[in-house]
Ligand binder design. Structure first.
Ligand code: SAH
Length: 193
């Protein structure tokens, strides 16, 4: 493992998942997705770790996250990058995640309450993009907002089953796609449902 990956693993092991939950806290230590209300879930810890490692964060990375949810994944992204731009469409989840992450001392996270299916154009390009809800196809806008040399992780497929994709954009803008595994995320609402 690289030093960065070891640091991410150590941080992940210390990160208290129950801090990101208001209900069902007794299940926080199970390696499962757990409901957080509004028909949404806090992602499975092992998958959050895996996706974070696969994104290959760099200390200078500017990261876009679609689907703030509880803020659990956001914390990992923010701890190992320069800045995170995170979008959530459900007001109550957006508010709670913002409160939690500010309480935890993060000052490099920019929160937006909106439909993030077409990204966050005004701050593009992003070195890394993490989508934590399932799309029917990779949004064109997200590909456009990815910097040359950038990487994106996104689950793509049907509402029941998706392939977790790693997209890498080279210096010329060519996209290389790798299928990492099969996953099941809640749907990405909006243009790419
Ligand atoms: N990483 C989060 C996962 C939350 S589940 C966690 O571990 O807590 C996915 C989240 O994506 C949900 O909160 C859902 O409301 C949000 N979401 C779905 N479609 C969205 C969209 N178009 N724009 C922004 N957020 C969206």
């Amino acid at each position: 493992m690289t030093n960065q990956n070891e640091d991410i693993l150590t941080y992940f092991q210390k990160l208290d998942r129950s801090f990101f939950m208001d209900e069902l806290k007794e299940f926080a230590y199970m390696d499962e997705a757990i409901p957080i209300g509004h028909e949404q879930t806090i992602s499975q810890p092992s998958l959050v770790l895996e996706m974070t490692l696969a994104l290959d964060l760099q200390p200078g990375s500017k990261v876009l996250e679609i689907g703030t949810g509880s803020g659990y994944q956001t914390a990992l992204l923010a701890a190992f990058s320069d800045s995170v731009y995170t979008i959530e469409r459900i007001a109550a989840l957006h508010e709670r995640a913002k409160e939690r992450l500010e309480k935890a001392g993060f000052s490099n996270i920019h929160f937006k309450l909106d439909d993030g299916s077409t990204g966050w154009e005004e701050n593009a390009p992003y070195d890394r993009i993490m989508v934590t809800a399932a799309a029917a196809q990779v949004p064109d806008e997200l590909i456009d907002q990815l910097a040359p040399g950038g990487k994106m992780i996104i689950p793509v497929g049907t509402p029941l089953l998706q392939e977790l994709l790693l997209l890498e954009k080279d210096k010329e803008g060519k996209i290389d796609t790798t299928v990492l595994e099969e996953v099941r995320f809640v749907p990405l609402r909006g243009k790419y449902e």
